[in-house]
Design a binder for this molecule. Sequence first.
Ligand SMILES: Nc1ncnc2c1ncn2[C@@H]1O[C@H](COP(=O)(O)OP(=O)(O)O)[C@@H](O)[C@H]1O
Ligand SMILES: [Mg+2]
Length: 352
Amino acid sequence: MNSPLEWLATAVMTLDSGRRVTYLNPAAENLLGVSATTAHRVVLESLFPHCLALLEALASSSARDASFTEHEISIDTQHNHALVSVTVTPVDEPGSEGWVLEFRQIDQQVKIAREERMLLQQQANKELMRNLAHEIKNPLGGIRGAAQLLQHELGRPELFEYTKVIIQEADRLQSLMDRLLTPHRMQRLVHLNIHEVLERVRSIILAEHPAGLIIRRDYDTSLPELEGDVEQLIQVVLNIVRNAVQAMHGQGLIVLRTRVVRHVTLSRKLHKKALQVQIIDNGPGIPEEIKEQIFYPLVTGRPEGTGLGLTLAQAYVQQHQGSIECESEPGRTCFTLLFPFEREREVPTGRK
Ligand SMILES: Nc1ncnc2c1ncn2[C@@H]1O[C@H](COP(=O)(O)OP(=O)(O)O)[C@@H](O)[C@H]1O
Ligand SMILES: [Mg+2]
């Protein structure tokens, strides 16, 4: 693990003159879904059985004796599928003839740009919601108070019904606003086992739905511990699982999956390892018209929904320096959470 290439986010592979793999950096292992040991000395054609474009890129670079870049080629390995651009450079130093291949994942570049935009927009949204909630809360208090006074002054009890509605609805709005202004409780960080969190959620949900719901576990039991806030993490998973159960009307399959993933960028920082938690259901999928907005506050597809469940989940995940995203089509909805194992420390203040 001494080569600086080990740290690159770009996937790098070297081939000998017989097109056999001589080196894969970890980013390449991740992209191709094979380990360097497995791929060692495997010929390129067997690694990418259907990728003519790659062979042509090799031929072109050799013919010109210069780097050659092929944009937007789709590579399929046994374990992975990705859209990449690849730069092939011939190497003809005596003793190490061959090629260097650099893969840049296109979907990933697009994704990073989209995430940056989302992050900015979320911050703007949060600010807007907070201001709005404050603005609404003040007159709300006035309305409620006035309705109460009115009730005292009303001579006719049959009119109480109306003041009661005003007061009740003011209270309902009030509690909605309070939830929008989620207080920033300090995180209580401990070293925890993510499976304990998932098991807690599993038993809560199964107690609520004793029949018709299957929650399957697909755990990587060798996972290291995660530093996090147990209550927040339970809330995150619970909100996601509850949505799935509601969408499926309590009937269906939910899979809770944990894995270690390598070389992921979270909050602009590259992590060698991260924890991936996936919550997958086989329900109807997220309605198309709200799919892009489900993490925004007040966006709901249910008549009795508040649209705050996923907003809160996202806020908590961000407090863990992690990420949350979702893919959904009818029959399969998958929420993917990523958490760094080691947290970025804030610079300590005060004395030692
Ligand atoms: N697994 C899922 N399957 C289908 N729809 C979902 C799923 N998860 C979330 N949704 C949709 O996203 C909406 C927003 O969820 P959420 O933020 O928790 O608010 P709420 O549950 O109060 O509506 C839900 O109303 C639902 O329409
Ligand atoms: Mg919800």
